[in-house]
Design a protein around this ligand. Structure first.
Ligand code: URA
Length: 428
């Protein structure tokens, strides 16, 4: 057994070096123990002319998947590379598993890049606390720091704290969630100097993915005041756990996870989508995949801060058919939407939002109990059970429009609908 000790959760250089040495020495995956920190065995020596080529796309995939919060990823990615080296093509099961991890990391990367907010300190440093689902901070820290040229900043997460200033990027231990902005500032006042003193240069991270950066309206600053991620309502957290074992409709038999809504328990505005998609199922949060990225952009343009809203779905499980190794979205049927109303009702009761935005036909059907025509009924607020509601298009509808002009038109109308809902929520 060979024990490999990596310098951190995303020690890309260390993992690559060990993988190369172990593959060339013909060591089987079963004979390797991967760990972060701790004692290590010596790696096999390499001949000076040892050649090792791996397709660039496979390495890029490994660079993303290594950021997943999955303890078996180092072994999985070793098997992926070793099989490609031995057989000229990667093992299909390892490839599919690595792709699933990479998808979850990409979704989480997008969230990090778009949701991080900073609190300016009296000395000019920008301070933020964030809890990423995966280990995505290291790969993205330089990119985030470059958005605030010339400013010192510190990003604390439960796993790791990264400081960017004139000394470059330095990493230190993570911190627990502060209760609010004041507690975060209090932590910095009490511990900031010590945190900077123990920080050391960050291990070389995996390459940052070139995700398309969210287009930002030029009049909105890239770095705004921090709003800490909301705390979960304990009753809804318990309902979410219970929904994991829900058997009220046949979708549960597909074995996907229940994705509940998220947002602060005092949110005045609740957005209801259809159901989680492939990436939402993997990461366990609503609207984090392509439709979520479109929604984030529209919300920002409408002047709404997603972290102050409650975002959920009419149906809590992902309904799909498997085709060619992919999971293809299937719309829920009326009976499935009706069955899942049980969970939506709990969210409505706990949060009691003033305004509902129904994103698309399934959300409309869930709340109105009848088929809706989004084209005809959208954009007109109506009273619904003591609150206001507004139907608008689902962001996936925009993604499916083949014509750029139609997409721009529908997108602008959706932004206008969201802005109207925001105004209603402010006055309701
Ligand atoms: N589409 C939805 O309706 N909800 C999600 O969470 C993601 C995609």
């Amino acid at each position: 057994m060979i024990r490999v000790a990596l310098a951190g959760e995303t020690d890309w250089a260390g993992w690559r070096q060990a993988t190369r040495a172990l593959v060339l020495a013909g060591i089987d995956a079963a004979g390797i123990v991967w760990q972060v920190g701790g004692p290590a065995d010596a790696l096999p020596g390499l001949a000076a002319d040892a050649g090792f080529t791996v397709p660039r796309a496979l390495l890029a995939l490994a660079g993303q998947a290594i950021q997943a919060r999955d303890p078996s990823r180092f072994d999985l990615l070793f098997r992926l590379i070793a099989s490609a080296h031995a057989a000229g093509a990667p093992d299909p099961a390892a490839l599919a598993a690595a792709q699933a991890l990479a998808r979850a990391v990409r979704a989480d990367t997008h969230r990090l890049r778009t949701q991080l907010r900073f609190l300016p300190l009296p000395d000019g440093r920008l301070l933020s606390w964030y809890a990423p689902a995966h280990f995505v901070l290291a790969a993205n820290a330089a990119l985030i720091a470059a958005r605030a040229p010339g400013r010192a900043l510190s990003i604390a997460t439960p796993d790791l704290t990264v400081h960017a200033d004139a000394d470059g990027l330095r990493c230190g231990p993570g911190i627990d969630a502060p209760a609010d902005d004041a507690a975060l500032v209090g932590w910095w006042r009490a511990q900031g100097s010590a945190a900077l003193a123990v920080a050391t240069p960050c291990p070389a991270p995996p390459p940052a993915e070139t995700l398309e950066e969210m287009a930002r309206p030029p009049d909105r600053p890239a770095l705004a005041a921090v709003v800490l991620p909301p705390r979960a309502d304990p009753a809804l957290a318990a309902a979410a756990a219970e929904a994991g074992a829900c058997m009220r409709c046949p979708i549960a038999a597909l074995g996907t996870s229940a994705v509940f809504g998220e947002g602060p328990s005092d949110a005045r505005l609740m957005l209801i989508g259809e159901q989680p998609g492939d990436q939402e199922d993997v990461i366990g949060r609503p609207f984090v995949g392509p439709a979520g990225q479109m929604l984030d952009r529209a919300l920002e343009e409408a002047g709404l801060d997603r972290r102050l809203l409650y975002v959920t779905n009419a149906v809590k499980h992902f309904k799909f058919v498997a085709r060619g190794g992919r999971r293809i979205h299937q719309s829920p049927e009326a009976g499935e939407i009706e069955a899942c109303r049980f969970w939506l009702e709990q969210e409505l009761t706990r949060l009691d939002p003033r305004v509902l935005v129904l994103l698309g036909g399934s959300a409309g059907r869930a709340m109105l109990g009848r088929p809706v025509s989004v084209g005809r009924e959208r954009g007109r607020p109506f009273a619904l059970g003591g609150r206001m509601a507004l139907l608008t298009v689902h962001p996936s509808f925009l993604l499916r429009l083949p014509d750029a002009a139609a997409q721009a038109r529908e997108y602008a109308a959706m932004v206008a609908d969201l802005a109207l809902a925001g105004r209603l929520a402010a006055t309701a």
